[in-house]
Design a protein around this ligand. Sequence first.
Ligand code: URA
Length: 210
Amino acid sequence: MDEFVTVVDHPLVQHKLTLMREKDTSTAGFRQLLREISLLLAYEVTRGLELTTKTIDTPLCKMEAPILEGKKLALISILRAGNGLLDGILELIPAARVGFVGLYRDPETLQPVQYYCKVPNMLEDRMVIVVDPMLATGNSSVAAVDLIKAQGAKNIRFLCLLAAPEGIARMREAHPDVPIVTASIDECLNDHGYIVPGLGDAGDRMFGTK
Ligand code: URA
């Protein structure tokens, strides 16, 4: 796999993903698994965070100890399914700043239209992680990254649970500077834009809607 896409092939991630894909997994089970898997994905997507050192006193002596450098990172959730990934990541990185982007698909043009955007300040100085469990056509992901870049973000990553080859190609074309971290690259999209084999509608499965 090239550097643009990282597939997190850790056995725990793959095991939990299989349980999430199963159609009979309950809403509560799905939510719990998503929280657990997002911690593991967050570990991978933040690997490039910069470190500096500070002088601390251990009970034995002084030491120069590593500590994260720079501004707190920003998590940008694409509503509504992004919020499922967000909750888990915030357990690992509670000081992260959080933004939300809301997009719907225009029924005529099928293009994403923004209905909400509220993001942290000084995005240009932060690592920014855009989260959405399903990278399907890539239309909303590309639009969300367009918005974030327009607000100044330069160091952006995209985190998802499943990616379709079509969505990856679309992101690679529009935003080759935004690496993707995912738990799986699935086979394709079906005629309704669902990822196959996928896990169905991620928002419906995590919120118990239909
Ligand atoms: N969004 C989903 O929730 N599921 C898909 O398969 C594709 C997009």
